[in-house]
Design a protein around this ligand. Structure first.
Ligand code: AMP
Length: 542
């Protein structure tokens, strides 16, 4: 017997409809790229998203077409999120911090039809446009007054002019809830960046789960400022979850320094924020130097990299702000775990509570996780055994876009590339990473790409690149290299050899020459052993 309830598909469109109807007056505030503050509400945002949907139709955007963005967190980007996915097309958020060649690769791989971009990125888009083979037009997300007088971009359109030409009325199509909605590429694996294609349904389920009290704890009484970019796994889903809960949103635009953030926290009475540790370090340093406090901030979500214990203490003890340590990945939309206490932890002493908070947290409902040994067998949840962390659930990837890299699953589980322990209470703690990448300031650096450059140097026989702990960037790459017999090369020569071949911020911080490198039984470089051998290594002072 089937239930007798309505069969409503889970569609992103319903989030903005709900926010308009039930939280229409709730504000969305943005610090703009052009300068100054823009202020409107969910009702006005929905209206403009409908205008934009009409504009997209007029531009010939069809269901499943990919529409790319190169944009900061702001109200226009928010409108593009809803208009594109609501029309049945796919919003492809590109990370503008990637190396230009990678942006070209990603846009061509995604076969983007249009690129919406902020003024900041005009020089970048001018440079890349001739190489973007599938793009029919470029929309500058600004008004007519800020359009450049001249540009090498052939088909350059103005966002506000497009919207002005359109009507407010638009009937959002009723889509199959499994329709693709958003596309994010991740470099967090080996080889070329791969696309992760979210559906309306997966995004909606994730939005529900993220709002829960033991997840991001969102409500209609909160004011949320996502520092995490909308080009990083949809700002961890906040533009969706906040519409679901009717939460005021504050977008910082490109202004991510400590002073700008603190000002915005205070003027907009922000209660909750989210970002990677590097951003918080900048803010905390500024607050300390300027002897400032927060008057409304209650909580920060820290994820993307491990939250350093000193940061946890500084937020909680110096500023009375609760830290939610969270873990996730692009392949998981991204939320997997959030660290909140159970009732039994409340009576623990301070240090014991910090030990719990240092962990990445418990799985939120919708994400199942386990750790496995080398033989693929599940390991016990005893807080000691560590193994490869695997996940499954309705907002976890099944395959990458265009089947890149083949079937990633193992027995129906997605291997995360993280090595972790799980304790009897279900708290997960990351102990290492098995994937060959380095995370610096929340962004990936491919160790393999750097190794390929190093071994291309005529005097280098073999090279490994590993991540070393860094107080600001979390990790920085260093090269551990073996010289060819009879060849000479200095550290400076080798570093110079990288120039122009990689993004500037990928530049290794140091070179360590060794007589030989350790290998595994299958002949691969043993990064685990190299990391152990260099455990007392310290980066040179900057
Ligand atoms: P991304 O796909 O760029 O979001 O990166 C996901 C990866 O970042 C994870 O697989 C982890 O390696 C790392 N990561 C994310 N959050 C944390 C955290 N709280 N602690 C340690 N590593 C993390």
């Amino acid at each position: 017997m089937l239930g007798l309830m309505m069969d409503a598909p889970l569609l992103i469109t319903d989030l903005i409809r709900h926010a308009d109807r039930h939280h229409g007056e709730t504000e969305i505030v943005s610090k703009t790229v052009e300068g100054g503050i823009h202020r409107y509400n969910y009702r006005a945002a929905h209206k403009r998203a409908r205008r934009l949907a009409n504009a997209l139709a007029a531009l010939g955007v069809k269901p499943s077409d990919r529409v790319a963005t190169l944009a900061w967190n702001g109200y226009r980007h928010f409108e593009v999120y809803y208009a594109v996915a609501g029309s049945g097309a796919v919003i492809h958020t590109i990370n503008p911090r990637l190396f230009p060649d990678q942006i070209v690769y990603i846009a061509n791989h995604a076969e983007d039809k249009y690129v919406f971009f902020d003024l900041t990125f005009l020089p970048l888009v001018e440079k890349l446009a001739p190489q973007l083979k599938t793009v029919k037009g470029f929309v500058l997300m600004t008004d007519a007054a800020h359009m450049p007088k001249q540009s090498s971009i052939q088909n350059l359109l103005c966002y506000e002019t497009l919207l002005e030409a359109q009507d407010d009325e638009f009937d959002w199509p009723s889509l199959d809830e499994r329709t693709a909605a958003c596309l994010c590429y991740t470099s967090g694996t080996t080889g070329n960046p791969k696309g992760v294609l979210y559906a309306h349904r997966s995004t909606m389920l994730h939005a529900y789960a993220a709002a829960l009290p033991d997840a991001l704890n969102l409500s209609a009484r909160d004011v949320v400022l996502p520092v995490v970019p909308m080009f990083h796994v949809n700002a961890w889903g906040l533009p969706y979850s906040c519409a679901l809960t009717g939460t005021k949103l504050v977008f910082p635009g490109p202004h991510l320094d400590g002073k700008s953030l603190h000002e915005l926290f205070e003027t907009e009475r922000v209660t909750m924020s989210a970002g990677v540790p590097t951003v918080w370090l900048g803010l905390l340093n500024y607050m300390k130097e300027s002897k400032l406090k927060f008057s409304t901030l209650k909580g920060v979500v820290i994820g993307g990299s491990a939250c350093p214990p000193a940061m946890l203490r500084a937020f909680q003890e110096d500023y009375g702000v609760n830290v939610l340590h969270a873990w996730g990945m692009t392949e998981m939309s991204p939320l997997g775990t959030v660290c909140t206490f159970k009732e039994k932890h409340l009576a623990l002493d301070k240090e014991a509570r910090y030990a719990v908070q240092a962990k990445q947290g418990r799985a939120i409902f919708g994400v199942d996780m386990r750790i496995v040994g080398e033989d693929g067998k599940e390991l016990p949840m005893d807080g000691k055994a560590f193994g490869d962390l695997q996940v499954r659930g309705p907002w976890v990837i099944t395959r990458y876009f265009k089947d890149e890299g083949g079937d990633p699953l193992m027995d129906g589980w997605f291997p995360t590339g993280d090595v972790a322990t799980l304790d009897p209470d279900g708290y997960m703690q990351i102990t290492d990473r098995s994937k060959d990448v380095i995370k610096s300031g929340g962004e990936w650096i491919s160790s393999i790409d750097l190794e390929n450059v190093a071994v291309a140097h005529p005097a280098i026989a073999e090279a490994a690149v590993i991540g070393v702990k860094h107080p600001k960037w979390d990790e920085r790459p260093i090269v551990v290299a073996v010289k060819k017999p009879g060849q000479e090369v200095t550290k400076e020569d080798l570093l110079k050899f990288f120039e122009g071949k990689i993004a500037k911020w990928w530049m290794p911080d140091d070179v360590v020459f060794v007589a030989e490198l350790p290998h595994t039984a299958t002949g691969k470089l043993s990064k685990l052993t190299i990391r152990q051998q260099l455990k007392d290594y310290k980066l040179p002072a900057a």
